[in-house]
Design a protein around this ligand. Structure first.
Ligand code: GAP
Length: 473
């Protein structure tokens, strides 16, 4: 049953709160904008999203390794990467209602025309806007007790730079050779001007980023390859393909470091939104850090904005971030293909995609049709009644399942009500222990989507669930 887009977000946020998927951060204190807490079910769902990403990008491959770099980094990293100078959104303030807007959000043609609107977009206000000002999105912090500029650094706004500055460490400590990738999942922070649409635009969020290093000249092929791989990932996790699109950026609108970019977008109830950007970043980042690292001894903690990076070796033949290719017997700076996805946005997309309502027994049934690999609980064990030896039979089965999967045991309320509880949180399988179990060792296995029930032997439940979750990959 199709749920109206206008109501879907409201229903989903209510469900997320009611059943413990996502809460507002610091709710007890009135909440803070742009930060979210994942509750008992939400944390499982997001872990499953991240695990599925890691599985595709790292575990299933021979040519990608993982990394977990720190959030706090040397301030020069952010100067060399260009974030100090360029990681800023143009914004305007309304002089009357004091609201702040991102210019590109209220004037979609801003990037091409440079035109800045003059009147508040709020129809009730229509006040005069200030001129556009750049607002850097990085959160500043200070290392150590002295809060002067020498101690200033930033919370990372992307995990990618932690990968670039570890390129040499990974090459030296493993036997991996170009082409290869380094993958990382972790928190990033951006002081977004207008956090909104639930978790979609937050100030603290998690990224799943892969930097895939390849020989210059092979980059176009690797770019196409990764776009296809990422398409397979979303499709494999059951996302509705008519709500997913791959949008190529026009050449004129590419960021300064990018040769090609394709955004993966999902049709949320509030419109199309970016889940992931796949970019051909050329050798921009490794080159930038070759220059940046030479400036370390020269930087005395003055304002980074004014500091000039020193480039004494424009050919980059001696730098630590160039790569010696054994086969070609030459040194070069690898090109980078970067599929960069948001864990929170993917989680939100899977939730929106899964939300459904249908009718069962004359009542509306709320159901999350999550792919079994993503479902926070895989299987629920339900003794029909709390007596007649059923709990004694159900417990060992639950214990066996729990060793392998996220499982719950529920013996309260009528069986129909217990099924509904599981449907609403997306549990793909329910196993009911009833009178026949005691006689012939079979249980009822009920599937969430079709609500079909079948009897299978108690001993085969673990293998059945395993096959249905992981056999589907
Ligand atoms: N290293 C490249 C990079 O960070 P990005 O397009 O700025 O590229 C990548 O970010 C992904 O991170 C986005 O596609 C999105 O999924 C996620 N992301 C970015 N900003 C976000 C925010 N404010 N809230 C939630 N997710 C965000």
């Amino acid at each position: 049953m199709a749920v109206e887009a206008a109501q879907l977000m409201e229903k989903l946020t209510a469900l997320a709160r009611r059943r413990g998927f996502i809460f507002q951060s610091s709710e007890l204190y009135g909440g803070i904008n742009g930060a979210w807490d994942y509750g008992p079910l939400g944390v499982e769902l997001k872990r499953n999203v991240k695990a599925a990403w890691w599985q595709q990008v790292v575990t299933d491959r021979e040519d990608v390794v993982g990394l977990d770099s720190s959030i706090l980094m040397h301030p020069l990293v952010w100067k060399a990467s260009g974030h100090v100078q360029n990681f800023a959104d143009p914004m305007v303030d309304c002089k009357k209602c004091k609201k702040r807007y991102r210019v590109d959000e209220i004037e979609p043609e801003y990037e091409t025309t440079g035109k800045v609107p003059t009147q508040c977009p709020d129809a009730k206000c229509k006040g005069e806007l200030t001129g556009a000002r750049k607002f850097n999105l990085m959160f500043e912090t200070h290392l150590g007790p002295v809060a002067d500029s020498a101690a200033k650094t930033f919370l990372r706004p992307e995990t990618a730079q932690g990968i670039f500055v570890n390129f040499q460490n990974v090459v030296n400590s493993t036997r991996i050779k170009v082409p290869f990738g380094i993958a990382q999942i972790g928190k990033s922070f951006r002081n977004e001007i207008n956090p909104r649409n639930f978790t979609f635009r937050s100030r603290e969020f998690e990224q799943m980023e892969l930097e895939f290093f390849c020989k210059p000249g092979s980059d176009d092929d690797w770019f196409k390859y990764w776009v296809e791989e990422r398409k397979k990932w979303y499709a494999g996790l059951g996302i509705k393909m008519d709500r997913l699109r791959f949008r190529e950026h026009e050449k004129e609108k590419l960021s300064h470091y990018s040769k090609a970019t394709t955004d993966v977008e999902y049709l949320f109830p509030f419109g199309w939104g970016e889940l992931e950007g796949i970019a051909n970043r050329t050798d921009f980042d490794l080159r930038a850090h070759q220059i940046g690292m030479r400036s370390v001894g020269k930087w005395r903690g003055e304002e980074l904005q004014d500091f000039k990076l020193v480039d004494e070796d424009p050919e980059h033949q001696s730098g630590k971030l160039s790569y010696f290719d054994d086969e070609e017997k030459r040194r070069y700076i690898p090109y980078v293909i970067e599929p960069s996805a948001g864990a929170d946005r993917a989680t939100l997309a899977f939730l929106c995609d899964a939300y459904d309502e249908d009718e069962a027994g004359g009542e509306v049934r709320f159901v999350l049709r999550l792919h079994p690999r993503l479902a926070p609980v895989k299987v629920a064990v339900l003794p029909l009644v709390k007596k007649d030896g059923m709990p004694e039979r159900a417990r060992p089965l639950y214990d066996a399942l729990k060793k392998r999967f996220a499982a719950v045991y529920d013996d309260s309320a009528a069986i129909g009500k217990r099924y509904r509880r599981q449907d609403e949180i997306g549990t793909p399988f329910c196993v009911t222990i009833d009178g026949d179990t005691l006689k012939d060792g079979t249980v009822t296995l009920r599937e969430r989507d079709s609500m079909k029930q079948q009897r299978i032997s108690e001993e085969s439940v673990v293998a059945f669930v395993d096959e249905r979750i992981y056999g589907m990959r």
